[in-house]
Design a protein around this ligand. Structure first.
Ligand code: ADP
Ligand code: MG
Length: 681
């Protein structure tokens, strides 16, 4: 048996005519290996259906099929310019075809040959200004159009792909397991690559693309699931809580849990009890009642004799949690201690002592919880609130404290399915998709900027009823300095406007953390009636008396962000209002304002947000955290993504999947996948 010398991992320089210079040009398109070239898929295909010449209109770009009727002639003018002419017989019509500056085509075309030419139609002269000759080495017509740049031409890519396919087709192995290919009627990899580049008809191209999409999603999900398994197996603890105590505790609450809350409590408790490591994300819209869920599961771990921790992104949030939980745990034996960076040295020393000798069951704090000098007695479970506010490193540091605690991350930002499956694919996800009954809905109104004074009158009226208001100032993407300047200007204006009746506070990103906390605390205490702020308004801070949220230039914000901002109100007994001031100039901006006034459902908004971003705005999708895919579109093709995820889960659930014959190629690929781990963060 001979060992194959060729591999699709060979560099492109293995191809004829590719030297260092051309290799460098290809690199500018992200093509380094043969495999890169073979998977450099066309972004579209020219329609190869026969066209009646009579139906082609002046200036239309079209692909015409015909027979070369005359030998091509080349006329050169100047050093680099040339014109190539030939006649093409289409049915009973003869049309002239001209190519500018592609003299090499003459060697590829001869009289009598059947070809398809893509170009621009000149109806007056009955001629085609050719842009691309579409014909493939193995005879099949191919309308593949690739993304190219100045350094690499369309024809060059097409030619190299042919060469690579011809030379390497025997070493293209199918990675997807056979049963999946059968189940979903996909193609083997060699056929897939062939049909993507050289399809005989549009149907073949479509099926090939479907296969490529599934393959891409499946491999991605497999990597996620493998990470998850690895993660679960790492130093897990079995937290054997006291079910009776938990039931009694839940019964003692002043309200009935919603179904959604019960469901997630069960999911989290299930994780606690399993000897695997917990890495779960709890998401629930603002006001959905995550705090009480946190309290129940913290209490569960405490009944099993473990220490627990709750980490919040700011001092004020940590204090708010400490105060709330002290009330919630008033009748059960739970000792709480607060640990923040702002604490005086003596108080801190005290706290550290209690943590170390195990006098306390629940430690609530900021990132002070992960300082080196904090030594936990028996930390078995930790919750991270508003998890996206912490870096990967900080979350990891918490995991490495104590007994390698189980981790529950909480977020109020609804995460659409696409993101859950991709960006958070390595975590288990619990969702509270229901608000407690009896919530006062928030009314949202969108007005143009010429209505600003009327909006101010509305605010004044609310203030006269002893309510409070937030005023959010425009977002200036380029510069925080400009954000601050804007906020200051609006603050000056409002201070003057509302003086002497009402007091106005100012919050922005340039303030120190302690200053921010001080302003928030004052607003919460009612020392300010109006709070002017940039987007730094602390997430999660509860000021039930604030019932108006006014957002300037609202169309500059994304839907998810507007929803978060709006969630600052609607937390009390009195109905709240959100006023969006915006003069959107784009369809997208108008659409966002309309969605905001139509719904307060965070999940719906998050999905819409992704869809709106997806329509053209690539940067927007990037910012949304959705990983980039080569072929598949995880937003538009969510259904395929979901199926791929289910199949990946089912596969890694089989204990010996790597050794099954059907997964041979995949198992080899696995090593390759594992190497890519570090690129995920
Ligand atoms: P968030 O998910 O935004 O953190 P909170 O946990 O702060 O929400 O809950 C918001 C409010 O709803 C709190 O005042 C809390 O006591 C109350 N709450 C939570 N669960 C319920 C429930 N099942 N029924 C009624 N009120 C509830
Ligand atoms: Mg909360």
């Amino acid at each position: 048996m001979t060992v194959p010398m060729k591999s699709v991992e060979d560099p492109v320089t293995a191809l004829e005519g590719v030297g260092p210079q051309r290799a460098d040009a290809l690199k500018s398109l992200g093509i380094v290996s043969i495999s890169d070239l073979l998977t450099y898929f066309p972004f579209r295909y020219e329609d190869l259906a026969e066209r009646e010449l009579a139906t082609v209109t002046e200036g239309e770009k079209v692909t015409l099929k015909g027979t070369v009727a005359t030998e091509p002639t080349v006329v050169r003018f100047g050093r680099k310019k040339s014109r190539l002419n030939f006649r093409l017989l289409i049915g009973h019509d003869v049309v002239g075809v001209t190519f500018f500056n592609q003299p090499w085509l003459s060697s590829q075309l001869t009289s009598g040959q059947d070809i398809a030419v893509y170009g621009k139609w000149d109806a007056v002269h009955k001629s085609l200004s050719g842009m691309k000759v579409i014909s493939s080495a193995n005879g099949a017509a191919s309308g593949a159009i690739y993304t190219v740049n100045k350094r690499v031409r369309q024809t060059a890519i097409a030619q190299l792909v042919h060469q690579a396919y011809d030379a390497y087709q025997d070493v293209i192995y199918t990675v997807l397991p056979e049963p999946l290919i059968k189940k979903y009627r996909l193609l083997d990899r060699k056929t897939m690559i062939h049909d993507l580049h050289f399809p005989n008809d549009p149907e073949a191209a479509k099926l090939a693309r479907r296969t490529a999409t599934f393959e891409e999603f499946f491999l991605f999900e497999l990597r996620m699931q493998m990470m998850k398994v690895k993660d679960h197996q790492a130093a897990g603890i079995e937290i054997d809580y006291d079910n009776e105590k938990i039931k009694a505790f839940i019964k003692s609450l002043p309200f009935e849990l919603t179904h959604a809350q019960k469901k997630v409590v069960n999911e989290i408790c299930g994780d606690l009890k399993r000897p695997l490591h917990m890495n779960r994300l709890l998401q629930g819209d603002v006001g959905s009642g995550k705090t009480i869920v946190a309290a129940i599961v913290l209490y569960a771990a405490i009944t099993a004799g473990y220490q627990t921790a709750l980490m919040a992104p700011t001092e004020i949030l940590a204090e708010q949690h400490a105060k709330n939980l002290a009330t919630v745990f008033a009748d059960v034996p739970v000792n709480i201690v607060l640990l923040t960076g702002a604490m005086k040295a003596k108080a801190r020393r005290e706290a550290l002592k209690h943590i170390e000798n195990g006098d306390v069951d629940l430690i609530i704090g900021t990132h002070a919880l992960i300082s080196e000098d904090v030594h936990y007695r028996k930390l078995g479970f930790a919750i991270i609130d508003e998890q996206h506010r912490f870096g990967v490193g900080q979350r990891q540091a918490l995991r490495e404290k104590g007994q390698h605690p189980d981790i529950l991350a909480m977020t109020a930002t609804p995460i659409p399915r696409t993101l859950q499956i991709t960006a958070y694919g390595e975590m288990d996800v619990s969702i509270i998709d229901e608000l407690p009954a009896g919530r006062k809905p928030i009314t949202t109104r969108w007005v143009h900027s010429n209505q600003t004074e009327a909006a101010m009158d509305f605010i004044r009226q609310q203030l006269s009823h002893h309510q409070q208001a937030y005023v959010v100032t425009p977002l200036i993407e380029e510069s925080e300095a400009l954000d601050v300047k804007n906020a200051e200007a609006i603050y000056d204006h409002l201070s003057e406007n509302f003086a002497p009746d009402y007091k106005v506070g100012l919050l922005h990103g340039r303030l120190k953390n302690e200053e921010k906390d001080a302003v928030m605390t004052a607003f919460k205490a009612g020392d300010y009636d109006v709070l002017v702020s940039t987007t730094v308004i602390e997430v999660g801070v509860d000021v039930p008396n604030a019932t108006v949220m006014l957002i300037f230039d609202a169309d500059r914000f994304g839907l998810a962000q507007l929803h978060q901002l709006r969630g600052r109100v609607g937390r009390g007994e009195v109905a709240s209002t959100c006023i969006l001031i915006a003069d959107p100039k784009t369809q997208d901006g108008i659409a966002r304002m309309e969605v905001m006034t139509d719904t307060t459902d965070g999940f719906l908004l998050a999905q819409k947000d992704l869809e709106l971003r997806g329509s053209g705005d690539l940067l927007g999708t990037k910012q949304s955290g959705v990983p980039e895919f080569k072929v598949g579109d995880p937003v538009a093709q969510l259904n395929i993504l979901q199926v791929a995820q289910q199949e990946a889960i089912a596969l890694v659930d089989q204990p010996s999947w790597q050794t099954q014959p059907a997964n041979r190629e995949l198992a080899g690929y696995e090593q390759h996948l594992l190497k890519q781990h570090s690129t995920l963060d």
